[in-house]
Design a binder for this molecule. Structure first.
Ligand code: CU
Length: 512
């Protein structure tokens, strides 16, 4: 055995190193903060069009409180449910590394917090900064129970762009924002709409896109940006126009044929510090079905390479999911029977499975507690029948099957998922959101995905990193990620199709 004989010099060096390490350690610990919040979910009277009615809010605020933290911090949010409905809160885009039970979707990762009870969410922010948001993950409350979640870089870590003079969170509503002539400000734009893609633009101003879904991108300048439901975009805006007032405006992007959507234009006002009170200038917005503008925008997105970003190259799990609508027969007539014939209704599906949430317990609890009969793990990795997905689909393929089907992934595996829109009922763009993960969007296109032709065109160098993607209308998107977060990651388009990875310790969750 080699003896260890240290000279005084070496000893003092080691001592120095030890001190240095302990200084760095205490510095890190001192820098990571824990933020405590109390969220009371409650009915709040609001006046609209001269009439007062109740909406459900957090702490009486609409939109709800903005959460602010730094990368590396811990958030502890005690949710007190004083409303008459079950509630859960979801921290959209937070990776929830090793805390899947804090993610929030009801009956997926937890049972709901019942009226009169409370539950405390606790989670860390790990290697993420940018703009995210939180919202109720129970059907009725999502429309009013939400707010911004802003993550600043670790102390001493600069933005990859000059420090803006001001940072303005925008949760697409009508408001007024003040800027100083000549200043560059950072707009953190959040699309909190339930199910609506939105164009966003500011009259006479160019927008420099610097980040999406809490990931930085290579900067580019554009007049219009597009956000899917749940997506966020950070843009720099320089107040370089004549002093005055300018509208920021949003309009829906909609591709489904004959489907009703909100076609109003929502506005906010960007006001220079000025005495001029002229009418604000209105910007030009793309037409509601302007897919070319959407494609032009998304094709410019490139990730900013960071040291822990690596696009998976060798693929272990090659999955192909069709996403779209189907028609099912109504069991009884009612307002949900809006299908083409009187007794049918629409049901979203993936690989012909229309997902059904359990009611007795959550999927995660069923998994931890080994409760049988809640779900099966036979979600199909490829469509059960191959057909011309975006062509004229035979009526026999329009009826999805209901099920609580999960797909198990091995921890650490490299996963590719092709998301393919179908022409069943109508082609449509689909916002797809993956919980607990960020993924690389390596390719997108129109028509049917063709591996021999399209794989060669993948961007494996600097693909954008996102947590939510819009599968193009009548087209496909290919995403890649490493299954590095054990728990119940769930791939959702209004709750359809599940992915599951390996185990994590049992949590203390609300009872069902
Ligand atoms: Cu989410």
């Amino acid at each position: 055995m080699a003896s260890l004989n240290l000279t005084t010099m070496q000893q003092s060096n080691i001592h120095c190193v030890a001190i240095l390490i302990s200084i760095i350690l205490s510095f890190c610990i001192a820098n990571a903060e824990t933020h405590y919040h109390q969220f009371v979910v409650e009915a709040t009277p609001v006046k609209r069009l001269c009439r007062t009615h109740n909406i459900i809010t957090v702490n009486g605020q609409f939109p709800g409180p903005t959460l602010e933290a730094r990368d590396g911090d811990t958030l502890v949010i005690k949710v007190i449910n004083s409303a008459r409905y079950n509630v859960t809160l979801h921290w959209h885009g937070i990776r929830q590394m090793r805390t899947p039970w804090a993610d929030g979707p009801e009956y997926v990762t937890q049972c709901p917090i019942q009226p009169g009870s409370s539950y405390t969410y606790r989670f860390n922010i790990e290697n993420q900064d940018g703009t995210l948001w939180w919202h109720a993950h129970s059907r009725w409350l999502r429309a009013t129970v939400y707010g911004a979640l802003i993550i600043y870089p670790k102390l001493g870590v600069p933005y990859p762009f000059p420090k803006p003079k001001q940072e303005i969170p925008i949760i697409l509503e009508t408001t007024k924002f003040h800027v100083k002539s000549g200043d560059t400000v950072l707009l953190r734009i959040i699309n909190a709409a339930l199910n609506q893609e939105l164009f966003f633009t500011v009259a006479n101003h160019m927008l420099t896109v610097v980040g999406n879904d809490a990931a930085y991108n290579k900067q580019f300048t554009t007049r219009v940006i597009m956000l899917g439901p749940g997506q966020t975009t950070n843009v720099l805006l320089t107040a370089n126009q004549p002093a005055g007032r300018y509208y920021m405006a949003t309009r829906a992007y909609n591709t489904a044929q004959n489907a009703a959507f909100d076609n109003t234009t929502a506005t906010a006002i960007l006001e220079y510090d000025t005495k001029i009170t002229s009418n604000p200038l209105l910007p030009q917005l793309p037409a509601f079905n302007d897919t070319a503008t959407v494609t032009a925008f998304t094709s410019q997105l490139r990730s900013l390479s960071t040291k822990n970003a690596k696009v998976p190259i060798r693929i272990d799990e090659n999955l192909f999911f069709t996403v779209g609508l189907g028609l099912v027969n109504c069991t009884r007539p009612g307002p949900r029977c809006q299908g083409p014939n009187n007794n049918t209704r629409f049901a979203a599906s993936m690989n012909n499975v229309s997902f059904v949430l359990p009611r007795r317990t959550s999927l995660l609890q069923a998994y931890y507690q080994n409760i049988q009969g809640i779900y099966t793990t036979d979600f199909p990795p490829v469509p059960p029948v191959t057909f011309d997905y975006t062509g004229n689909v035979s009526r026999g393929l329009w009826q999805p099957r209901f099920g609580t089907k999960l797909y198990k992934l091995k921890f650490g595996s490299n996963v590719q998922i092709v998301l393919q829109d179908t022409a069943i009922v109508t082609t449509e763009d689909h916002p797809i959101h993956l919980h607990g993960y960020h993924f690389y969007v390596v390719g997108q296109g129109f028509g049917n995905f063709n591996p021999s032709r399209d794989t060669a065109k993948f961007n494996l160098i600097d693909p954008p990193v996102r947590n939510t993607i819009n599968v193009p209308v009548g087209g496909w998107s290919v995403i890649r990620f490493v299954a590095d977060n054990p728990g119940m990651a769930f791939l959702v388009e209004n709750g359809h199709g599940k992915l599951q990875t390996v185990e994590a310790p049992p949590p203390d969750l609300p009872p069902c």
